[in-house]
Design a protein around this ligand. Sequence first.
Ligand SMILES: [Zn+2]
Length: 344
Amino acid sequence: MYMPKQKNCKTIKYVWVLLLVTVLVCSVTGCTVLGREPAYQNARVHIVTTVFPPYDFARNITFGMEDIYIQQLLRPGMESHTYDPTPADILAVQHCDLFIYTGGESDAWVDTLLEAADNPEMQVLRMMDCVETLEEESVEGMSAGHSHAHHEDEAEHAHEDHDEIEYDEHVWTAPSCAEKITEAITDVLCEMDAPSAGLYRQNCQQYIEQLTALDAYFDEIVHSGARSTVVFGDRFPMRYLCDAYGLSYRAAFPGCAEESEPSAATMIYLIEKVKSEQIPVIFTIEMSNGKIAAAIAEETGAEISVMHSCHNRTAKEAAEDATYLSLMYQNADALKLALAANLE
Ligand SMILES: [Zn+2]
């Protein structure tokens, strides 16, 4: 078939212009050139969170509402302290309407990202601004840890800044703090999307009621407990929880320290503590190898139990659609056994 040369040329030109426009549109809106449109593309409100708790709070606040897309950057099973954003994650943050992050050392990458983000409309909520933060502390028997420093240069940096006060970033671990964060998210959403404010407020109120019931459940367990000290053969991310109910704790490492090898002194201290006070349960945290707790349990006969910090869900928990509430109720029941007089 004969095709005039000129027409062919025009077609090619047309295709190029189309491709260029596509690339431009994509770079502005954040979709990949060859891939599918990201799921958030047509959302009226696009919310991005780093860790699981604010993702779950936002799901509750926007319950039953249409065209809202909530995205958690940490995929199920990802460890929050070693996470680095992918290019797609960066585009998602740059495109979103509301970005919620923790504000501690584990997401120090956020500052660089926000500085580079060219999105003046974006609202940013830092969870550590929503509650009264507690200092990360070292309690008796603990091995010192370089908290959250997962890169070598950061580890050095943490060592240099040894005297600097560091605040514990696990601000969602107490139900009362979860309430404050939920209210703060609701306030931002109501401001951003005023016509839907009534719905956000209504959902918020219902969810706060559930958080208050959780808070009362913990309160009752702690009050009827025979003891008030918990022992973690692991890192200790539950500072806010213990503080809320007046529990004291002993642990191998503070916060979310990177170390997994405690000192011999720490092991001896924790074993003696469990033995002398006949502590029935030794805690480990989710996604941990549990080796320290296992060693202490072997020496003392204590039961091993998991306290879930809720940073993120495992693939299995996500498939079962575990929620902040379901994970925290599991924690409460685990705590109940841990505060019992003796091993049952
Ligand atoms: Zn952490």
